[in-house]
Design a protein around this ligand. Structure first.
Ligand code: NDP
Length: 298
């Protein structure tokens, strides 16, 4: 048996297009398309690429974007003033502060100032609280993308056994809560978990979100399971030439693909879904803020 590949890129393109359609409907009532504001501090090349991709996909879907770029030595007070200005700006629906921020800026203090109704990354304490309480709100993008791909692959997730490996605020914990919301039975593993391979073998859906290249081996995966590989790791690839690198996930794809039921590739799996969910959150935020109804299931 060979696993079905879950094509995150294609599904993300569908979600982008749907966000564009719903955004265009909302624009009739709002008098403008939904708008995402992105704050980028410093000149980290990876962050620059992420922000450019987010802005490009936002605009391609017919939504609008604002970029606020500041040098690495900007003060925390100034970044907070930018966030608060965007909170007050009624033409902005979503605010994203690109991570990581330079070391002299307290990330939590900055995130904490984002209006939760514009928190399209789903990272504020209010958004986290809404998630825990199963109240409507903006959900973190990467975990929301995982759940959506799992539903595309397996349909109803009710009663499925899910093992999330990793307990970060950004991925592991919200992923566990989102799968729980779908009535899956969820276990969260981390660096102190005893006999991780045996635990992973119990999973119908395995979600590695660790940041360790190819840590999840082939014999950790139950035959027929669905593996949603969140990890993005850059490793040396001398076979591609001197000094070359390639991206791999947290799962050893080649060992798993022969007996899993479904697997997301890296790249092209969960990664593209993160931006798709950001666009969707921007449209949801615009709808909620303006009391405009959103289509069922959006
Ligand atoms: P963090 O470093 O914040 O968290 C990693 C988690 O993995 C921790 O909970 C840690 O456990 C756990 N862990 C570390 N080593 C082990 C181990 N040997 N066994 C079991 N658990 C372990 O990472 P993130 O959650 O932010 O990101 C995880 C991965 O996902 C990274 O590769 C990142 O690049 C990628 N990522 C991808 C995104 C996408 O769009 N596809 C978006 C965000 C992240 P403990 O808490 O005990 O230390």
């Amino acid at each position: 048996m060979s696993a079905h590949l879950i094509d995150g890129k294609a599904i993300a393109a569908e979600i982008d297009a749907r966000a564009g359609e719903v955004g265009a409907e909302l624009a009739k009532a709002l008098g403008r398309p939904p708008c995402l504001a992105v704050v980028l501090v410093g000149d980290d090349p990876a962050s620059d690429v992420y922000v450019r991709n987010k802005v490009r996909r936002t605009e391609a879907a017919g939504l609008t974007s604002i970029e606020m770029r500041k040098p690495a030595d900007v003060s925390e007070v100034e970044v907070i003033e930018i966030v608060e200005g965007l909170n007050r700006d009624d033409s902005v629906d979503g605010i994203l502060v690109q991570m990581p921020l330079p070391g002299h800026i307290d990330t939590n203090r900055v995130i904490g100032r984002i209006d939760p109704d514009k928190d399209v990354d789903g990272l504020t304490e209010v958004s986290a609280g809404r998630l825990v309480l199963s109240k409507p709100g903006l959900r973190p993008c990467t975990p929301a993308g995982c759940v959506l791909l799992a539903e595309r692959a397996l349909g109803d997730l009710s009663g499925k056994s899910v093992v999330v490996v990793g307990r970060s605020i950004l991925v592991g914990k919200p992923a566990a809560l989102l799968f729980l919301e779908k009535n899956a039975t969820v276990t969260i593993a981390h660096s102190r978990t005893a006999d991780l391979p045996a635990l992973c073998r119990t999973a119908d859906i395995l979600v590695p979100a660790v940041g360790r290249p190819q840590m999840i081996r082939g014999d950790w995966v139950k035959p027929g399971a669905c593996v949603l590989d969140v990890g993005i790791n850059r490793i040396d690839a001398p076979e591609r030439g001197e000094g070359k690198a390639r991206l791999v996930g947290d799962a050893a794809f080649d060992e798993i693909v022969g007996h899993a039921g479904w697997i997301t590739p890296v790249p092209g799996g969960i990664g593209p879904m993160t931006i798709a969910m950001l666009l969707r959150n921007t449209v949801i935020a615009a709808g909620l803020r303006s009391n405009q109804p959103l289509p069922d299931g959006f």
